[in-house]
Write a protein that binds this ligand. Sequence first.
Ligand SMILES: Cc1cc2nc3c(=O)[nH]c(=O)nc-3n(C[C@H](O)[C@H](O)[C@H](O)COP(=O)(O)OP(=O)(O)OC[C@H]3O[C@@H](n4cnc5c(N)ncnc54)[C@H](O)[C@@H]3O)c2cc1C
Length: 309
Amino acid sequence: MSVQNFENALTEYSGQAGKSKFFVRADYSMKRITSFRIGGNADLAVYPADAKAFAFALDAAKQNNVPYIVIGNGSNTLASDKGFRGVVFVTTDMRKVQIDGEYLTGGCGVLLGSVGTNASTAGLSGAEFANGIPGTLGGAVYMNAGAYGGQLSDIVYSTECYDLDGGEFLTLDNAAQQFGYRHSIFMEKNYIVLSSTLKLQKGDPEAIRAKMSEHLQSRREKQPLTYPSAGSVFKRPEGYFAGKLIEDAGLKGTCVGGAMVSPKHAGFIVNTGDATANDVLSLIEIIKEKVYAMFGVALECEIRFVGEK
Ligand SMILES: Cc1cc2nc3c(=O)[nH]c(=O)nc-3n(C[C@H](O)[C@H](O)[C@H](O)COP(=O)(O)OP(=O)(O)OC[C@H]3O[C@@H](n4cnc5c(N)ncnc54)[C@H](O)[C@@H]3O)c2cc1C
């Protein structure tokens, strides 16, 4: 791998564009880019300014054999204590939003909160369920994130992505994104989400804002939002709620190092201050074993682990 050649390629690209297209930081702590506030350093963090620059940088990483990962707001990600040997692309500078009638198009790095604000201001309804999910649009499409009876697949009309294997830009309609419960085609293929278009409906801005506030209020009441976390650690097992199983197993408040099963919501593991990724992984194993032993249910992680174990 040649990180230096990769960096040189980015510098040359920005030179040709006449302005900097990448914010680049070396030896960057993953604590700064994950909501768990956990993780060692990445060799390089690169924030692309736009879709073309992002695709160029992805190709450059591939050509120079530099391993890469993509992070949006890092709110569903547990980063290794050893960090990441390679480049972490962070999409949060790609946050343009455009509205055309009932269609809202957002860059992959726009936060769902901003999607909600833009939609409500334009009197567009449909995205209220996502208010309070602390992710980017790209991360939410990748995860098919959902809450309060809605999920991204209900409103995504199309997604523009970069096919890193084929080296081409693709526009996928809803069906082509193969959405399922916390699943999308982006988990199967080397497709990087660049932007998504949501199909919303005309609604009353006041009613939309009221629904959004209601969801936020409900989150504040039920979720441990004052501690760093990555939200629900496990997927919902068929016929059960992971949080309820964990609570019934008597695991609320169980700690490994600085990682704790939240006493407020047992589906969350929180970082009480100095948790390591290994603390979280050990706690996950304890939870899985106990829940399986007591209820015969095999919990599956929803959060994504990056880096070396
Ligand atoms: C307090 C809290 C509450 C939460 N509540 C919910 C909830 O109600 N419902 C829910 O579904 N989730 C919830 N989450 C989890 C998380 O916010 C969502 O999964 C969110 O969609 C993740 O977005 P992100 O940008 O932070 O993704 P990241 O954590 O940055 O990335 C998640 C995955 O997506 C991939 N990815 C990110 N961007 C791209 C891209 N542009 N192209 C390709 N792949 C990409 C990453 O590689 C990674 O595998 C919660 C998290 C927290 C901390």
